[in-house]
Design a protein around this ligand. Structure first.
Ligand code: AHR
Length: 501
């Protein structure tokens, strides 16, 4: 099969906002307890944070981390997680039916996020709580000093304000599973009033309002429009959440369908952008609302195991999906889709980061191990920098159970002006055939290949529990001044970096 990508440096989608490589830590399962925080672990530092986990996260280069939930958020009292640890209450987490000891809270999260070089994307509870608690939290975090809450923060060890910039107004408030679910009008009103109050405390913050928790929810569409209509002037982003599963048989046709789910992601994003812009037009506003894709991943492997978990434990083995090679291919394709939409998607959070539907897993009395999905994420977050270029692609497409047209090749190039390096991510979805892939340019010349890797050669159902998966050198590659020819293996994720003149 033949394919090509034409690169034109002047045909740009957008400067990439690095926050699209964000992630998410929820106080859920073993994300925190025995994940990032485990004082009795052999790698723990003086704060009880696992340094083996910190090292793995630093490789992923995650610039922003959403916290503390998720469903957990909608029943959480942030005050439980501050102050002396021996005075913090143990509570029922009625979202996930776990015990929450509150030994890890706001100050611990702030200290830990510095060690992984990320800024927080902090969420306020709009399920069981409201305007006052949210405004209080902004005051506690961001007000310099001289008030009850800002001085309480200082008493508890943080003299300087946290200066948290990005905040989420609740979580999945349309979801029937959520504690304190709301209808669109209820949420829109509460979110707007909360936004007003939070911005009164600190007008430098930016706010993310909840979109529908899924495109499959019956509220999708009306929910977005209602929220946008009421909150438009006081919010900066609208959120999207999407998880993909593999619900049918293990046939090659189903794999074709699974690997085409990036088409769904693209439609979802375009639909929400259209709604934001329709409301913008109706309001005759000059302001655009951008998107925060603050939960996305594959999530289905752990469903059966989760149903059997005994409730009211601390750090249960919840949502511990074990990812396989086909999941990694889909994650690569979803990342390319986020880049293709980087003109409007400014924040995105891979949900989640450690143990809970995560690229990084821990053994309680052992080391960290890396899931298959770690590899494409690591490459895109580290090298997909600078400007996303419009991909002009020629390739055949296939039809699958859910999608009329899925191109066999998914690809995009990014350009870093400073280093003059172009990075091309390319995935061959063809299960049987190699692909001859030509990369063409006409307004500049290629100088040298910086690195070329491929991720392939694994059974689609193989996972990485044995630690065998790794990126391999891509050697079947020819370069001249204006063209590069590469052979892409069947079912492969590839990255090629080229310096240009
Ligand atoms: O990420 C797991 C869960 O998925 C989150 O708690 C919730 O927001 C979503 O439904």
């Amino acid at each position: 099969m033949k394919s090509s990508l034409k690169i034109d440096l002047n045909d740009q989608i957008s400067t990439i906002d690095n926050r699209i490589y964000g992630s998410f830590i929820e106080q859920l399962g073993r994300a925190v307890y025995t994940g990032i925080y485990q004082p009795n672990h052999f790698s723990a530092d003086k704060d009880g944070f696992r340094t083996d986990v910190i090292d793995a996260i630093n490789k992923l280069n995650v610039p922003i981390i959403r916290y503390p939930g998720g469903n957990f958020l909608s029943q959480y009292r942030w005050e439980d997680g501050i102050g002396p640890k021996n005075q913090r209450p143990t509570r029922l987490d009625i979202a996930w039916r776990e015990l929450e000891t509150n030994q890890f809270g706001l100050h611990e999260f702030m200290a830990w996020s510095k060690k992984v070089h990320a800024v927080p994307n902090l969420a306020v509870n709009l399920g069981t709580r409201g305007i006052q608690e949210a405004a209080d939290l902004v005051e506690y975090c961001n007000f310099p000093k001289g008030t009850y809450l800002s001085d309480l923060r200082r008493t508890y060890g943080a003299e300087a304000p946290f200066n948290i910039k990005t905040w989420c107004l609740g979580n999945e408030m349309d979801g029937p599973w959520e504690i304190g679910t709301k209808n669109a009008n209820e949420y829109a009103h509460l979110a707007n009033e909360t936004a007003k109050a939070m911005k009164r405390v600190d007008d430098s913050i930016e706010l993310v309002a909840c979109g529908s928790s899924s495109m499959d929810n019956p509220t999708f569409g009306n929910w977005e429009e209602t929220v946008l209509e009421e909150c438009y002037d006081n919010i900066d982003y609208l959120s999207l959440h999407r998880y993909y599963g593999y619900y049918n048989d293990d046939s090659p046709k189903e794999l074709d369908n699974f690997l085409g789910k990036n088409v769904d992601l693209d439609q979802f994003i375009n639909g929400v952008v259209a709604m934001c812009d329709a409301v913008k037009a109706r309001k005759r506003s000059s302001k655009s609302i951008n998107l925060s894709f603050d939960e996305w991943n594959v999530w289905y492997h752990s469903n059966d195991a989760d149903a059997k978990i005994t409730p009211w434990q601390v750090g249960s083995h919840l949502l511990e999906d074990i990812y396989n090679f086909e999941d990694a291919l889909l994650i690569g394709s979803l990342l390319i889709t986020l880049l293709k939409n980087s003109n409007r998607v400014k924040i995105a959070c891979l949900a989640q980061l450690v143990n809970v539907i995560a690229p990084i897993m821990t053994k309680e009395n052992g080391d960290v191990w890396l899931q298959s999905i770690f590899y494409p994420f690591m490459q895109v977050s580290n090298y997909g920098q600078g400007i996303a270029l419009t991909p002009h692609v020629k390739v055949e497409s296939y039809k699958s159970r859910e999608f009329d047209s899925v191109p066999y090749l998914d690809t995009i190039a990014t350009f870093d002006k400073n280093s003059r390096i172009i990075t091309i991510f390319a995935e061959n979805k063809n299960q049987n055939d190699i692909m001859d892939f030509d990369i063409q340019v006409d307004d500049f010349n290629f100088k040298r290949i910086v690195q070329a890797t491929q991720f392939f050669g694994y059974n689609p159902k193989q996972d990485n529990r044995n630690g065998e998966m790794r990126l391999k050198q891509l050697t079947d590659i020819k370069i001249n001044a204006s063209e590069i020819s590469v052979t892409l293996q069947p079912l492969s994720w590839n990255m090629i970096q080229i310096q240009i003149i």
